[in-house]
Write a protein that binds this ligand. Structure first.
Ligand code: SDX
Length: 381
């Protein structure tokens, strides 16, 4: 009897939880983190303050922020056996696959049993950037670089990525600021695919680290967080094929062609993604401040201008989403394409954990949707 089952593929109109973490108004292009507009958070808060806000519901006072930051510094080393396991991964394996695996393995090496529940979130906030930097350095053939206890979180992240042995790493505040803002913009986004994945695993009582590991895997998909890498590859292909933007926009409209304009469209935003507007400004600022001539940025701006005036894109309400310009900034910072989604995961981590914590505090039932059965009637062999 399917009388009571609502058929809603992709959960387009299904509210699966009650949450107080972030709010999106897709028609008006509004995003709030614990009630604060993301535009204000970007101006007034750091990523660490934003992480505290998402996890605890309020912005930290000075004492709370210092304690939170010190704990993260205390927890930012990892068991040396992880380094040996990392060496076993084939170099061609995608960094998102490595990061997801290492995050799951962390459970075994973080004396997980004795961690206080509230410290688990701090352990992961501290350790994920270490794992991400290790993954990058393995790819480029650099030895591990360790966190510097005197550096702010995002500066440490850049140092762990890019420092060269025996050379003093120069912190560039322009780059630290741009990356910190990008991490904030990715920090939470209600029930997107990867966040719902994390909640679903948590609802079955899967531990935090393994739930986050699955969130990382879900984010990897090119229709989700993998789009930032796909955008740059698409823009590079447009340049390689002679730069005829209209040809590619027409291709994206052709129903017989599976190609879609990557970085465009959103399930919720039927107006501009407020994050995309901010990311575009950060991209223009950092390209100018670093004195980079980036044809990809110019092409992206031309493509956006043509697409948003195209009747098909207007009718389907397709606008640039957060992934359309973010890759341009990562590239300007020196992060390679296949690490872009890793950066998205580092930003989304506090949001994933806040949702896992909320699900546990609410003692939500195990997630177990129904289906509309269209198979054979009962029959005998
Ligand atoms: C993220 O959920 C979140 O909040 C995600 C995220 C987050 O912070 O967690 O915001 C991050 O994942 C951003 C999205 C990144 N993905 C991309 O940029 C990939 C390209 N975009 C599309 O694949 C698509 O727009 C989605 C996946 C983002 C949304 O897909 P929906 O909501 O399921 O919409 P749909 O596929 O049903 O499309 C509706 C129509 C279709 O045409 P019709 O069948 O009605 O004729 O719009 C068309 C689609 O063909 N369409 C596009 C298009 N996106 C949708 N046509 C061309 N190019 C596109 N990009």
């Amino acid at each position: 009897n399917t009388g009571f089952i609502t058929f809603d593929p992709g959960f387009k109109n299904t509210g699966i939880v009650k949450s107080s973490i972030s709010f999106i108004d897709g028609e008006k292009g509004i995003l709030l983190y614990r009630g604060y507009p993301v535009e204000q958070i970007i101006k007034k808060c750091s990523f660490i303050e934003t992480s505290y806000l998402l996890l605890n519901g309020e912005l930290p006072n000075t004492e709370q922020l210092n304690f939170f930051s010190e704990k993260i510094k205390e927890f930012n080393s990892i068991n040396h056996k992880i380094y040996q396991i990392l060496d076993k991964f084939p170099v061609f394996y995608h960094p998102m696959g490595i990061l997801s695996s290492l995050t799951c393995i962390l459970t075994a090496f973080t004396d997980y049993i004795n961690i206080k529940e509230e410290d688990m979130f701090l352990h992961l906030l501290a350790k994920l950037p270490v794992l991400a930097a290790l993954t990058y350095r393995k790819k480029v053939g650099l030895p591990p670089s360790y966190a510097d206890k005197d550096l702010y979180y995002t500066s440490n992240l850049l140092k762990m990525f890019f420092s060269i042995p025996k050379k003093c790493y120069q912190i560039n505040p322009i780059i630290t600021d741009a990356l910190d803002k990008l991490l904030i913009l990715h920090a939470d986004h209600e029930q997107n695919c990867s966040t719902t994945t994390v909640r679903l695993l948590g609802s079955a009582y899967v531990g935090l680290f393994s739930s986050i590991s699955s969130g990382i895997s879900a984010l990897w998909g090119r229709l989700h967080g993998g789009a930032n890498q796909a955008v740059i590859e698409m823009l590079e292909n447009i340049i390689k094929s002679g730069g005829n933007i209209n040809k590619w926009v027409d291709k994206a409209k052709d129903k017989k062609d599976p190609f879609r304009l990557m970085g465009f469209g959103h399930r919720i935003y039927k107006n501009f993604d407020p994050r995309a507007k901010i990311v575009k400004k950060i991209a223009e600022k950092i390209i100018c401040e670093l004195g980079i001539h980036d044809p990809i940025l110019e092409l992206a701006k031309k493509l956006e201008k043509i697409a948003i005036q195209d009747p098909y894109f207007i009718e389907k309400k397709l606008y640039p989403n957060i992934d359309f310009y973010s890759g341009i900034i990562y590239q300007a910072i020196g992060i390679p394409k296949d690490m872009f989604t890793v950066m998205f995961a580092l930003g989304r981590l506090p949001g994933w954990m806040a949702h896992w914590k909320e699900m546990r505090l609410n003692q939500e039932p195990i997630g177990r949707p129904r289906q509309i059965y269209i198979g054979y009637k009962k029959r005998n062999i």
